[in-house]
Write a protein that binds this ligand. Structure first.
Ligand SMILES: Nc1ncnc2c1ncn2[C@@H]1O[C@H](COP(=O)(O)OP(=O)(O)OP(=O)(O)O)[C@@H](O)[C@H]1O
Ligand SMILES: [Zn+2]
Length: 613
């Protein structure tokens, strides 16, 4: 935008803009565009929060960043670069490098803003900002992009639907852990195994058991089927002193594609109605191990043969040690890292060979394992433009959302006249069933014979319902506390997590009515705990949240009172999560699995820093 156009925008917007105090959350793809729009529109009092640092892969579209900025906090560089553009002399930008969920960004912090603009990439952070803005009564412009699709909407307490009024799917599929570990039947199960279990064990130093012994059927006398009962603990897969990388690779191969497969074969109950797996033998596939070339293969589009996969498996491990040395054991999967991708492709295809599943090309594995939906710079630019437009409407209406709309950027011409890329609709009113902006209660069904404090607090309250620091009470009895606690108090609260919900301090019975409150989100709601036998194949997390659940089925969507169980995809570590590669509708601003994982980094892991001019 030229200086003249900026002058024009300012004249149109008037003094509301110059006097507004605006908070932007996220300084990535959308945020870079947005902060530039804000400054050029004449906003003079801006604060921005982002927890990330600049990566090379951001440079193609996060245009405020250059190669020299790599590893610096995004938010600080965004501020510096944008202040090098023409701007009002009085423009003040405060950059906070930190997590928006950190204690310093509390209700009082949010209350000072005229408007908050989200430029985030994950549901968890969006839910948090949604809650704090509702409590603070500050209008929030929410946005998201995915590939060519994008969306902007405006949220204000009592006026419009909040971020959590409508069901959100995070586009992740979960696969039952037992299927992935013991009896895969799809390529994606093998890719999930290679990426989430084997890779983390070999490269990430995790002590994962690759076989689930609990699946061994009990024999007639009640003892588990052999050899599961006598099964040795999973061997550690680490390079031994004096061992060559090639021989280590061969040992890993033998452990996971032969010994583990024999362990599985011995669980005969698994193979009554399934074709049994067939162990592989490395010597038959790679006859001359010591002379094996270790280069990465050129072939990307066609699936490798089993022998080629075996060779790539060894080659990728050898190269990883040559290139990374002692850092093997602390690596995280990166789809753009050749060794990572070769290893995961080869390992998943070898596993597929064991179970008679078709092999996949490296290209396809990259797509599935890398959760790839390309980020498109133009989509971000269009959406950031719309965020600014909606923000201007709110300011002109004195903080009201009456003139605002939800805008959807579509992939093809759309709308009634089929002549628009951007379709807008009126804002929906708040949903009565929402436990966040309304006063509905939440019901959770779990098996009270086995459910622990950890299941209720960590899985239900934190992961499923997105509480940040939940406090749990029953009447005037405090059951669990989190947040601002000293070390001793933390130890006391942590000890409760191992307790059964039927035991003190919980002492819950079916139908118990609890209160959950979270000061960091200024949210409280009623939680009803109901005992039920949970079908763990259908609900691998071990609970069902439903009833007046904003992430279950809507009551007003036909199933009065019969809200169905919510999806089992709220970030469960006991299942394997993979992003479905299918594109999502524009109405769903979703994150990638990687991004969600990043948002779960604790605030303290990245100490907030502040810079201002
Ligand atoms: N809890 C949070 N607090 C502060 N900032 C956050 C939080 N969660 C996400 N963000 C920031 O939101 C921004 C989202 O932008 P975007 O998705 O374009 O970034 P990106 O992850 O670098 O892009 P890509 O994933 O496409 O490479 C990121 O810069 C990220 O750091
Ligand atoms: Zn709501």
């Amino acid at each position: 935008m030229s200086a003249t156009r900026a002058e024009h925008a300012k004249a149109v917007a008037g003094s509301d803009v110059a006097s507004a105090k605006v908070l932007m959350v996220g300084a990535g793809g959308i945020g870079c565009e947005l902060i530039k729009n804000l400054v050029l529109c004449g906003f003079r009092d801006i604060e921005a929060i982002d927890l990330d640092t600049i990566d090379y892969s951001n440079l193609n579209r996060q245009f405020l960043f250059r190669a020299a900025h790599v590893n610096r906090p995004k938010v600080e560089v965004a501020r510096e670069t944008v202040l090098s553009f023409p701007h009002d002399a009085g423009t003040r930008i405060v950059a906070h490098h930190g997590n928006v969920k950190a204690a310093q960004f509390d209700l009082d912090y949010f209350k000072q803003f005229t408007i908050v603009l989200n430029a985030l990439d994950n549901i968890d952070a969006r839910r948090h900002v949604n809650r704090v803005c509702l409590a603070a009564g500050v209008p929030l412009v929410e946005s998201g992009t995915e590939g060519y699709l994008g969306q902007v909407t405006v949220i204000k307490k009592g006026e419009s639907e909040c971020y959590e009024c409508q069901p959100k799917s995070d586009n992740k599929k979960t696969y039952p852990i037992c299927t992935v570990r013991n009896h895969p039947d799809k390529p994606v199960h093998c890719i999930a195994w290679a990426k989430e279990l084997l890779f983390k064990k070999v490269f990430g130093g995790e002590e994962t058991d690759l076989v689930d012994n609990s699946e061994a059927a009990p024999a007639a006398d009640g003892a588990p089927e052999q050899p599961a009962a006598a099964a040795p603990p999973a061997p550690k897969l680490e390079l031994q002193p004096g061992e060559s990388a090639r021989h280590f690779a061969a040992r890993v191969f033998e452990a996971v594609f032969a010994a583990d497969v024999r362990r599985l074969l011995a669980m005969s109950s698994l193979w009554k109605e399934r074709a049994p797996p067939a162990p592989l033998e490395l010597a038959a596939l790679v006859p001359a191990l010591d002379a094996l070339p270790v280069d990465s293969p050129d072939e990307d589009q066609a699936a490798w043969s089993v022998a080629e996969s075996a060779a790539v498996f060894v080659g990728a491990l050898v190269r990883a040690f040559e290139l990374r040395g002692v850092r093997v054991g602390q690596l995280a999967f990166d789809k753009d890292d050749v060794e990572c991708l070769d290893f995961v492709t080869a390992a998943s295809n070898l596993r597929s060979a064991v179970f008679g599943i078709p092999a996949q090309s490296r290209f396809k594995v990259k797509e599935i394992a890398g959760n790839i939906i390309p980020a498109i710079a133009t989509t971000n630019a269009v959406i950031a433009g719309y965020i600014a437009i909606e923000a201007l409407k709110v300011l002109r209406a004195g903080g009201s959302t009456a003139q605002c709309a939800s805008a959807f950027l579509c992939r093809a011409l759309s709308g009634k006249r089929k002549d628009r890329m951007i379709v807008s609709t009126r804002l929906n009113p708040p949903a009565a069933h929402c436990f966040v902006c309304g006063s509905a209660s939440v019901t959770v069904q779990l098996d009270l014979r086995t459910a622990t404090g950890a299941l209720l607090v960590q899985e239900v309250l934190i992961k499923k319902l997105a509480f940040h620091q939940p406090n749990l009470t029953k009447g005037d009895r405090g059951l669990y506390e989190s947040g601002d606690l000293d070390e001793d108090e933390v130890a006391i609260e942590e000890a409760k997590l191992g307790k059964l919900l039927t035991e003190p301090p919980f002492s819950l019975r079916t139908g118990a009515m609890l209160n959950v409150s979270d000061q960091s989100q200024s949210l409280d709601c009623e939680l009803i705990v109901v005992h039920a036998e949970i079908d763990v194949e259908a609900h691998p997390l071990g609970f069902i949240v439903h009833g007046a659940d904003s992430i279950g089925v809507r009551r007003d969507a036909g199933g009065a009172g019969s809200a169905g169980p919510s999806g089992a995809n709220a970030g469960d570590d006991s299942d394997i999560e993979m992003l479905d590669s299918a594109p999502v509708p524009a109405s769903d601003s979703t994150p990638t699995a990687r991004k969600q994982a990043r948002s779960r980094r604790s605030p303290s892991a990245r100490a907030p820093r502040t810079a201002s001019n």
